[in-house]
Design a protein. Structure first.
Length: 62
């Protein structure tokens, strides 16, 4: 079987990991897909974080 080009990646909030003074405990995570041939580097998207209560940068985790 051939390996799929699209893979599932997890995006994690960058501010939740570093900021202890946030609205609630936890880290915001989203899952999405990316094409590994077109996007070889790590993804960064601005998504809404319910723990920070604002739009923040979410980076791809391993």
């Amino acid at each position: 079987m051939a390996k799929g080009v699209r893979i599932v990646v997890t995006l994690e909030c960058t501010e939740c990991r570093t900021n202890p003074d946030k609205r609630s405990n936890g880290v915001s995570r989203y899952t999405t897909q990316k094409n590994r041939r077109n996007t070889t580097g790590r993804m960064e998207l601005k998504k809404f974080c319910p723990h920070c209560n604002k739009h923040t940068v979410h980076k791809e985790t391993k």
